[in-house]
Design a protein around this ligand. Structure first.
Ligand SMILES: Cc1ncc(COP(=O)(O)O)c(C=O)c1O
Length: 383
């Protein structure tokens, strides 16, 4: 596995899929809107037979995903949850996975409502606390660990490098949901992870106009398994959405840099605001485990969570914002505000939400590329 320089990544992404059509010389990869491909003769193939198995537009995206993450292969799915679902199919009844406790509510629902009844159990752990992870990995039946880092919505940081080494020593697969930082800021396979998953709906596609997911594998053996599962279960991304995601990827480095710059300024300002009780942002010097990101030379990303002093004001804040859009999702060029307690994390039991800190005061921002004065002004007005 080779590591990528940041400058190489910018070039690779800007040029993604270009000149793949040698017949016409089209710069942009064509949208191959076809279900099937003609065989040149019996027992012959152009390399493409049926679009569930492979499609040239999707392949251009998948090769870009693999290359951006220093992976062996990339796979594009119909959504982030379809991608995570494909990875969970690697496990068998009786297997256990150690899972980040404050993870995305939809992934929690997938574990609790679909995989637990099938005999695959999640053990929820604070994965920012290495001793807790070490103990959980030693429990009988643990075959995988699924990390979100930073977590959603509380932005806790896990030490992927240390955890992946511990897991490898026990033959346990490390899976990282890298939706929040993207390969621009964090490349988990370079840190020892076996699989990376994405909601490509978010930063990768980046314009709130497509739902997509991705898996990147570290080894040929895992690639073979995921390719089989992708084709056998069929949760693929269609060619139009693959094209949109690929187009988004071309500007990923620019967007992420600008979004992080805006988020850093907003978090510092919110941190001193009299109506704000607490700010969660890995870019603040007060953030625990920030040293891990410093060591890995990763960035902080552009997701911020904060608690307001008065929870009774939440409905007014959400209805009065003018630039921030009150909508679920994240990672697009436009800034969004959400209320995790009743939205993304509503599926988590009340007691657990309270224990984790996902409470009725907490708001989550996905900071976009707008002018920082406008974003700050909007929040100042409503706070
Ligand atoms: C961290 C994370 N992982 C996975 C998902 C699921 O992705 P999708 O909505 O594309 O299915 C989300 C969605 O919000 C997410 O935030």
């Amino acid at each position: 596995m080779s590591t990528i320089k940041q400058s190489q990544l910018a070039t690779r992404l800007a040029q993604a899929g270009n000149r793949s059509d040698t017949t016409t010389g089209a710069i942009s990869v064509p949208i191959y809107q076809t279900a099937s491909f003609v065989h040149p003769g019996l027992g012959q193939s152009t390399g493409f037979d049926y679009s569930r198995t492979s499609n040239p537009t999707r392949l251009a995206l998948e090769e870009t995903l693999a290359s951006a993450d220093s992976g062996h292969r990339g796979f594009a799915f119909a959504s982030g949850l379809a991608a995570i679902d494909a990875v969970l199919r690697l496990f068998s009844p009786g297997d256990k996975l150690v899972v980040t406790e404050d993870l995305y509510g939809g992934t929690y629902r997938l574990f609790e409502k679909i995989y637990r009844p099938l005999g695959i159990d999640a053990l929820y752990v604070d994965t920012s606390y290495i001793r807790a992870v070490e103990e959980a990995l030693a429990l009988p039946g643990v075959k995988g660990i699924l990390l979100e880092s930073p977590t959603n919505p509380l932005l806790k940081i896990a030490d992927i490098r240390v955890i992946a080494a511990l897991a490898r020593g026990r033959g346990i697969l490390t899976i990282v949901d890298n939706t929040f930082l993207t390969p621009v800021l964090q490349r988990p396979i370079e840190q020892g992870a076996d699989l990376v998953v994405y909601s490509a709906t978010k930063y990768l596609a980046g314009h709130n106009d497509v739902v997509a997911g991705a898996v990147v594998t570290a080894t040929p053996a895992l690639s073979e398994r995921i390719a089989f599962l992708q084709n056998a279960a069929g949760g693929i991304l269609g060619p139009q959405d693959a094209w949109l995601t690929l187009r988004g990827l071309k500007t990923l480095t620019l967007r992420v840099a600008r979004q992080q710059e805006n988020a850093t300024a907003l978090a510092a300002w919110l941190d001193h605001h009299p109506r704000v009780r607490r700010v969660y942002y890995p870019g603040l010097s007060s953030h625990p485990n920030r040293n891990i990101l410093l060591r890995e030379k990763s960035g902080w990303g552009a997701m911020i969570a904060f608690e307001v002093e008065d929870p009774a004001r939440i409905p007014e804040i959400l209805s009065k914002v003018k630039i921030f859009l009150f909508a679920e999702s994240l990672g697009g060029v436009e800034s969004l505000i959400t209320y995790p307690y009743l939205q993304t994390h509503a599926d988590i039991e009340e007691a657990t939400r309270q224990r984790l800190g996902i409470n009725d005061r907490l708001l989550r921002l996905s900071v976009g590329i707008e002018a920082i004065e406008d974003l700050q002004g909007d929040l100042e007005n409503v706070l």
